[in-house]
Design a protein around this ligand. Structure first.
Ligand code: UDP
Length: 313
């Protein structure tokens, strides 16, 4: 297939491009580098089935030639990034999604959007199942991301219902691995960076809020299966192993052998108290579940971050 990927220079986007190329597909990669990084795709320069186009998908654009599938992954995704770029975040989820759906419609192509567990907001149902409609503050600081993704899901369903576009919606839960930005503010790079430098590890709030961390190769495998599946409603993708942020900090301290102490800082507004994907649907529909244990995934991630620290030093 010839596949257009938006957000291709992002953390998950770049791994998705690798996987699509490994499977023998051709990739037309789009990114405006708002939060993505050139380095994430540097290894693909000169690949015969890979083309990169520097493109802001908010603007009008065309892709020459046949397209079989559109994979729409573009968006700031870390709280720090979307708080810094709230309007771009709303634009890419709304206008950007519209442009990518129009491309799929014009090319008679399939379409997949990467949505988020943030659609559930600060969830009152636990673990989160796809049929739960969520508890989102529509005017809080995280609303630029949550509502833009909820709009993207609604628009995707509208194009499917109105125009018959074969669509898929992935709800991605916390994902980690190589190519995350060290300074993107998310808890995995933040703790690893602090631990590797021997600086205090900043736990927000009591640290009793929970998250569940999925390694990026598992996530990309779930996405790859979903993009050829007939399921039109959202499918959760994530690792169900849940822990408190404090437990996660202790875990990182043990595995890096750091002397870093843990310090407590204010909890950001509307920070979800608990998050764990119910992946029964992904198991049933995709025959998918995560395979990489946290310990192994973190080893790969630490090696990557140590490499960056060595390069910078
Ligand atoms: N967090 C933390 N210290 C940090 C960064 C994040 O305690 O330096 C917490 C954050 O408050 C949240 C969890 O870790 O409860 C996960 O945050 P992240 O930004 O990775 O993503 P989120 O799941 O909130 O989208």
């Amino acid at each position: 297939m010839r596949i257009v990927v938006s957000g291709a220079a992002g953390f998950v986007g770049s791994h998705m491009c690798d996987r699509l190329l490994e499977e023998g597909h051709s990739v037309v990669a789009l990114d405006n580098y708002l939060t993505g990084a050139r380095a994430n795709l540097a290894h693909l320069a000169g690949h015969p089935r890979f083309v990169f186009v520097a493109q802001d998908i908010i603007a009008s654009f065309t892709v020459e030639g046949a397209v079989d599938c559109v994979v729409h992954m573009a968006s700031p995704a870390s709280p720090k990034d979307y708080l810094e770029h709230p309007i771009e975040t709303l634009d890419v989820g709304s206008l950007g999604t519209r442009r990518m759906l129009e491309l799929a419609l014009a090319k008679n192509a399939r379409f997949m959007v990467t949505s988020t567990s943030e659609c559930y907001g600060d969830p009152l149902v636990h673990p989160q199942v796809e049929t739960y409609w969520g508890n989102v503050n529509p005017v809080g600081p995280r609303s630029c991301y949550d509502e833009s993704k909820r709009f993207a899901e609604a628009l995707t369903m509208a194009y499917h219902r109105k125009h018959g576009v074969p669509t898929n919606i992935a709800r991605i839960f916390n994902t980690y691995g190589p190519r995350m930005k060290l300074n993107d503010g998310r808890v995995v790079p933040a703790f690893l960076d602090q631990a590797l430098r021997g600086e205090p590890m900043t736990v927000f709030g009591s640290g009793l809020q929970t998250r569940s961390f999925c390694y990026v190769s598992d996530m990309v495998d779930g996405l790859y299966r979903l993009m050829s599946c007939e399921e039109r409603y959202p499918v959760n993708l994530g690792n169900p192993r849940e822990m408190t942020i404090l437990e996660f900090a202790e875990h990182i301290r043990r595995m890096t052998g750091t002397q870093s102490e843990i310090v407590f800082q204010a909890l950001p507004e509307d920070d979800p108290k608990q998050r764990q994907p119910d992946i029964a649907k992904a198991r049933a529909v995709l025959g998918w579940e995560p395979r990489v244990p946290l310990e192994e995934g973190l080893r790969h991630t630490v090696a990557y971050f140590r490499g960056i620290a060595d390069t910078v030093a």
